[in-house]
Unconditional design. Structure first.
Length: 61
């Protein structure tokens, strides 16, 4: 059983000291295991579907 209080305390200390910057990222772990990690893109592609739900504007009476 994991000891959450201990893990939280260690994580808080690592954040304060900056030691977390040397930890491996989730993307690297997934790539090592053979999963394909999508590229992070901030530009919208031509045929990309928006993740936001668009609602029709409400008219005031």
């Amino acid at each position: 059983m994991p000891d959450l209080k201990k893990d939280i305390k260690e994580t808080e200390q690592a954040i304060k000291s900056g030691a977390y910057k040397s930890w491996i990222s989730l993307e690297k772990i997934l790539a090592k295991e053979g999963f394909l990690v999508a590229e992070k893109s901030f530009t919208k592609k031509k045929h990309e579907i928006s993740g936001k739900n668009k609602t029709k504007g409400k008219r005031r009476a």
